[in-house]
Design a protein around this ligand. Structure first.
Ligand SMILES: Nc1nc2c(c(=O)[nH]1)N[C@H]1C(S)=C(S)[C@@H](COP(=O)(O)O)O[C@H]1N2
Ligand SMILES: [Mo]
Length: 254
């Protein structure tokens, strides 16, 4: 909205400026300047719509569409005593960290995360292994957290470091998205699923829901969020565990 107004006032000023140069006496209701401003406004609106057209929302469903059975895929738990201890005391000792190319690194408990602005959405998860399921998610918009942390100018990607070490190669699961997906309104770090705290097998304490991407981008067991300028320093440098392990594509947009 402020962008629209700023542009409109700039364009209005430009309109008046040009008219003044021509030596035309102008009042606010002058027909010529009105037409100029109206054209500028239509152009601005069209530009806005064009931008928005490239950023559609993923389809959202109704409560009675929620799948009775939502499959569990990949890690069913983060192996090890340390994770079990977190589960045992309801993640009270755990904090989500946001660090890297940010001005104010953050460490927030689940209680603190729940006090921030929340988004609820009922969406379809699509796994490339050939199944899908609809679930309801509630969480904090990632964009809100990134704004709180304040991005450095060199920030380009967001990396999600997870608590589960994969038996296949001994590496921790991780994933990454660019800032476009990170600021998408449906990109949230979810702490509730289907009206209950996120179950362990679906990634407690926190999982990424990035509805513009398919299954494996939706990192479970998220422990910290790192803002970076390149992805080459993690794993094999392909931007995610599946990307490294099995040459999955990094941009898995749908
Ligand atoms: N940390 C972590 N996140 C993960 C995985 C995983 O093994 N570990 N598997 C991915 C894959 S392939 C899919 S399809 C979804 C499955 O999420 P669900 O178990 O909630 O269905 O999680 C994704 N996120
Ligand atoms: Mo998947």
């Amino acid at each position: 909205m402020s962008l629209l107004w700023n542009r409109r006032s700039v364009l209005t000023a430009a309109g008046f400026g040009t008219a003044a140069l021509l030596g035309v006496e102008l009042v606010r209701n002058d027909q010529w300047s009105r037409a100029f401003v109206d054209t500028a406004e239509r152009l601005t609106l069209r530009t806005q719509r064009l931008i928005l057209a490239r950023k559609p929302l993923a389809r959202e469903f109704a409560l009675n569409d929620v799948s009775a059975h939502f499959p569990v895929n990949g890690s069913r738990v983060a192996p090890g005593d340390a994770y079990q201890r977190l589960v045992d005391n309801g993640f009270q000792d755990w904090k989500l960290r946001i660090h890297g190319l940010v001005r104010n690194p953050l460490a927030l408990s689940l209680t603190e995360l729940r006090q921030l602005g929340a988004r609820a959405q009922i969406t379809m998860h699509n796994c490339d292994e050939g199944w899908n399921a609809i679930g309801q998610w509630i969480g904090v918009p990632l964009g809100l957290l990134l704004t709180m942390a304040g991005l450095a100018p060199s920030a380009r990607y967001v990396v999600f470091h997870c608590l589960d070490k994969k038996a296949d190669d001994g590496n921790f699961y991780y994933e990454s998205i660019d800032l476009f997906d990170a600021y998408h309104p449906q990109t949230i770090l979810a702490y509730d699923m289907n009206g209950r705290p996120l179950p362990v097998e679906h990634g407690a304490p926190l999982r990424l829901r990035v509805e513009t991407q398919i299954g494996y981008k939706n990192a479970k067991f998220v422990d910290r969020v790192e803002v970076v300028d390149r992805l080459t320093s993690f794993g094999k440098g392909r931007g995610g565990w599946w990307e490294d392990f099995d040459n999955a594509v990094w941009y898995a947009g749908q």
